[in-house]
Write a protein that binds this ligand. Structure first.
Ligand code: THU
Length: 148
């Protein structure tokens, strides 16, 4: 099965998108659409996330909360689960929005999930422009650290 780190984890070569080759408006629309499916009765802060995969697929996720507040699933958790459930691969571009469609930065935990599944070159849509994951999570811990 596909439980090993993605090929090309260092982000080099095939499968990477350049900033301009990504249809960010379309990706944000995917995020807004899935945001409407969020289950966020406690925070009343619905979130939607969407990402491109290196084979061209789009994967999405929304946050799912719980009466036990601490076990809430962020939108990114659903997105990463959808990535693997739909065949795996490497994320190349990512966006995340709130109820108003404003861009959101992933929380710390979700940055780690994105790092594992996109690597340093994953393009992240932020209010200050598109930046690589290596800027969003500098000095990251990753799969290769387990082999040192
Ligand atoms: N949330 C996300 O879905 N992703 C993030 O990166 C930040 C926070 C959700 C979790 C919770 O359901 C709500 O936003 C308020 O924190």
């Amino acid at each position: 099965m596909t439980n090993s780190p993605p090929e090309g984890f260092d982000g080099a070569g095939a499968g990477s998108d350049s900033v301009d080759s990504v249809d960010w408006e379309s990706l944000r629309k995917h995020a807004r659409d899935i945001m409407s499916r969020a289950y966020a009765p406690y925070s009343k802060f619905p979130v939607g996330a969407a990402a491109l995969v290196d084979d061209g697929r789009v994967v999405v996720g929304c946050n799912v909360e719980n009466a036990a507040y601490g076990v809430a699933l962020c939108a990114e958790c659903g997105l990463i689960s959808a990535l693997h459930a739909s065949g795996g691969g490497k994320l190349t571009a990512f966006t995340c929005v709130d109820l108003r469609g404003n861009l959101l930065m992933p929380c710390g935990r979700c940055r780690q999930l994105l790092w594992e599944n996109g690597g340093p070159d994953l393009l992240v849509d932020t209010a200050r422009g598109v930046v690589p994951m290596s800027e969003v999570l500098p000095d990251a811990f990753g799969p290769e650290d387990l082999n040192r």
